[in-house]
Design a protein around this ligand. Structure first.
Ligand SMILES: Nc1ncnc2c1ncn2[C@@H]1O[C@H](COP(=O)(O)OP(=O)(O)OP(=O)(O)O)[C@@H](O)[C@H]1O
Ligand SMILES: [Mg+2]
Length: 455
């Protein structure tokens, strides 16, 4: 019987190189430092070994036949986003280094590499060096959770924040995709540079290209001045491509090219300019499905989905609900300078088991509504049901909701004025003609309000 001494075992390093001399040399260096070393001569073997020997770090050559280091890197990160990968390259090519860091490599070293530097980098990325500033930066302090699924997600996010690795966030509407993206930026070395979000679905197709990449003066009708574009505006920082699933196909091609070359060509310009941004994208759509249907390009999808982070819907983590309710009740009362209200036990258990199709955003709205409408300190179940829109069955269309609100409003004003049209119109801020029109539209007769009750 052997015990798994994982706490005391030496860190295991998988070394990948198709040159057997280099492989032997690297292995010797690492063994000298008491690392546990596994060597393979191809990317394919490397992927097989990762599943079997579970290395703590991968050291790979960039240029190899068959599968090169870059392809290996993206595959590793698809399978194990947190596994550190150090890339070695024959020539120092900046674009390769940039690409590698976006694909998630922890470090990019140029051959011939010094033994000391290599060992230092390895120790650093195994977090073995004395100075580990990783834990010092607070992460997502405004993200409230208690569930273990969220704890795991936050841990993953924290781990990738530190690098330039491309992150892809999925989750239903209102689950917190944007606050997670911002948290990653705020914990990254880019935190002092801009975080720029763009909703790819909200900008008209013709404008999106120049919004993103910029344009030259006179590039198209209406382009009166030169415009930098959001890639430029986010220089040194993070560009958050929100609702990426809504990006039109022809722009997807252009975006892919930008992410491959790390250069943008403004509309109407003949030259490309280098960019330095970290990309975080998000979508509430099922992009896998979109890829199958041909509305989203597979190559762009894989380029964006280097580290996939999926935020569970609120109903899948009911443990978080009470904490979130409490947090937002507190914030709300502080903002209003009122004493903090609370939910009755029945109201609370109803909230915990509600389906929350709008997730945390809906929860915030419900808390706001309940705290505003409820005049006592304890919010009862009936108020919660009203705020959840359950009284009326399923959610109505805005038009229906407006119509019924208008009707209720007219009735209360007429009750107040006992059917006096002139004063009712004044309260409603309408002239008499308009007010009569409204009454007609709702089939309300003001005379009904003039009769004394009971007659
Ligand atoms: N875990 C959380 N703790 C505290 N607040 C949260 C949490 N998750 C989301 N929120 C809040 O909920 C609201 C919605 O979050 P956010 O905008 O990040 O969601 P989203 O997934 O981007 O939504 P959409 O798909 O509609 O764009 C924001 O006000 C955000 O601050
Ligand atoms: Mg959003």
């Amino acid at each position: 019987m052997t015990s798994d001494n994982s706490t005391t075992r030496q860190p295991r390093i998988l070394v990948v190189d198709d040159d057997s001399d280099v492989l032997a040399l690297l292995a010797k260096w690492l063994k000298d430092e008491k690392f546990d070393v596994v060597t393979v001569s191809s990317g394919k073997d490397a992927l097989a070994q990762i599943g079997i020997t579970r290395p703590d770090l991968v050291l790979t050559d960039l240029v190899m036949d068959e599968m090169d280091g870059m392809a290996l890197l993206s595959e590793i990160h698809r399978q194990k986003p947190l596994l550190p990968v150090i890339m070695l390259s024959g020539q120092a090519k900046i674009p390769d280094a940039v690409k590698a860091t976006h694909l998630g490599s922890s470090a990019f070293l140029t051959k011939p590499v010094e033994k000391d530097e290599l060992i230092e980098q390895i120790r650093k990325h195994l977090h073995l060096s004395g100075d580990n500033s990783n834990g010092k930066i607070p992460f997502g302090e405004d993200i409230i959770y208690r569930s273990s699924v969220m704890a795991e997600l936050i841990e993953q996010s924290r781990a990738v924040a530190d690098s330039d690795i491309t992150v892809f966030i999925t989750g239903e509407t209102g689950t917190g995709k944007e606050i997670l993206a911002k948290a990653i930026h705020d914990a990254s070395p880019r935190r002092d540079r801009p975080f720029i979000g763009v909703n790819c679905g909200a900008i008209p197709e013709q404008l999106l290209e120049s919004e993103l990449f910029g344009h030259e003066k006179g590039a198209f009708t209406g382009a009166m001045t030169q415009h930098d574009g959001l890639f430029k505006a986010a220089d040194g920082g993070t560009l958050f491509l929100d609702e990426i699933g809504d990006m039109p196909l022809d722009l997807q091609v252009k975006l892919l090219r930008v992410l491959q070359d790390f250069q943008v060509r403004p509309v109407g310009s003949v030259r490309s300019v280098p960019i330095n941004v970290r990309i975080i994208s998000a979508t509430h759509n099922n992009l896998e499905q979109a890829v199958k249907e041909g509305t989203f390009r597979a190559d762009l999808y894989y380029r964006l989905k280097v580290v996939p982070l999926s935020i569970p819907a609120l109903r899948e983590r009911p443990e978080d609900i009470e904490l979130l309710l409490d947090y937002y009740l507190e914030r709300f009362s502080r903002k209003r300078g009122e004493p903090k209200k609370s939910f009755s036990p029945e109201a609370l258990s109803h909230l915990i088991s509600a389906p929350w199709p709008g997730n945390v955003r809906q929860l915030i709205n419900v808390v706001d509504l309940c705290a505003t409408m409820n005049k006592t300190d304890i919010i009862p179940l009936s108020m919660v049901q009203k705020a959840l829109g359950e009284e009326e069955g399923d959610l109505r269309t805005l038009k229906d909701a407006k119509h019924s609100f208008e009707r209720d409003y007219l009735i209360s004003v007429l009750q107040l004025t006992k059917g006096q049209v002139a004063s009712s119109a004044r309260i409603a801020g309408r002239n008499r003609t308009e007010f009569y029109k409204l009454l007609n539209a709702h089939n309300i007769d003001p005379a009904d309000f003039r009769k004394p009750p009971g007659n």
